[in-house]
Design a protein around this ligand. Structure first.
Ligand SMILES: [Fe+2]
Length: 301
């Protein structure tokens, strides 16, 4: 069943409230693209000021870059406690998650029929995490933590999804209406070993949380992953987004994580370059990822 698109009357995401939109847009435009890295002594014992700096960064641009000085004895347990300390509790148990819910993203054979690109060295196109999830199981935050970069390549690019919203709305507000429709796109079913593990379902690209009024985005630039609604505004909006990613935007942030660095975000748009491992030199890319059903809290919470 299509998900309802709920928009609170009034506020920046209401197409009839130009005043709120323009005030919010000015604030968003005032924030620079590059985040200030947050230095963290120990992932397992995040102190109040480190926590506040991460939440401040995320309140401004929906992501933060962090750098850990101390080495954890157990990276997965340390990342779980880091997430908890930030107020992130429910880790998405996806198909390939390890027991802890923290997933090792590295080149490895998967136990499923389909080849999942994250576990190869191939580039990953622009997307938000869990864009294929239906209903309430929306990934609203994720974190990446680099244990070991590749020998070459593997940089990420991020774009705050609220900036993508602004680009679309400034071009044509009617396209926002189309992308908020509960049937804006359909995610085709997923089959493993002849069994359907996920049925077809439709959903909006942009939606507004009825709980806190925040903007959520579901998106994949990969044409085979998403079937766009056959309607002129939806197709034009989808073409506009693809074109935005091809021509680039001054708010895109490109960064290659070094060992001990990480990114945490309110599920912003992101992509990854392809890379080359050199395991014989100990240079095999290993990134841990965790996903959450809730956003990072606002700084005062
Ligand atoms: Fe991702």
């Amino acid at each position: 069943m299509p998900e309802p698109a709920i928009v609170r009357p009034g506020g920046p995401f209401d197409l009839d409230d130009a005043t709120a939109y323009q005030a919010w847009r000015r604030l968003k435009n005032a924030a620079g693209c590059a985040p200030k890295p947050v230095e963290i002594q120990d992932l397992t014992h995040l102190d109040d000021s480190e926590r506040a700096r991460i939440l401040d960064e995320c309140a401004v641009r929906n992501f933060a870059l962090f750098r850990v000085r101390g080495v954890a004895s157990d990276d997965e347990a340390a990342l779980q406690s880091f997430g908890r300390r930030l107020g992130l509790l429910d880790i998405d148990q996806n198909l390939c998650a390890e027991d802890s819910g923290v997933t090792a993203i590295t080149v490895k054979p998967t136990a499923t029929d389909n080849v999942y690109i994250p576990y190869t060295s191939r580039p990953l196109g622009w997307h938000t995490d869990g864009y294929y999830n239906a209903g309430l199981a929306q990934v609203r935050a994720w974190l990446l933590y680099c244990v070991q970069p590749a020998a070459e390549g593997g940089a990420n690019e991020l774009l705050d999804h609220e900036i993508a919203y602004i680009r679309v709305r400034d071009e044509n507000p009617g396209w926002i209406r189309a992308l908020m429709a509960p049937d804006a796109f359909t995610i085709p079913s997923n089959t493993e070993g002849g069994q359907q593990i996920r049925p077809d379902h439709s959903g909006p690209v942009f939606s507004v949380s009825p709980v806190d009024g925040s903007l959520h985005m579901r998106y994949s630039a990969r044409q085979r992953n998403v079937i766009w609604k056959d309607d002129p505004d939806t197709l034009a909006a989808s073409a506009f987004l693809l074109d935005l990613f091809q021509r680039g935007d001054d708010r895109m942030f490109r960064y290659r994580l070094a060992a001990g660095e990480g990114l945490i975000s309110n599920n912003v748009l992101h992509r990854r370059d392809g890379f080359r491992d050199a395991p014989e030199q100990g240079l095999k890319r290993l990134i841990y990822r965790a996903r959450y059903y809730q956003r990072l809290p606002r700084p005062e919470e």
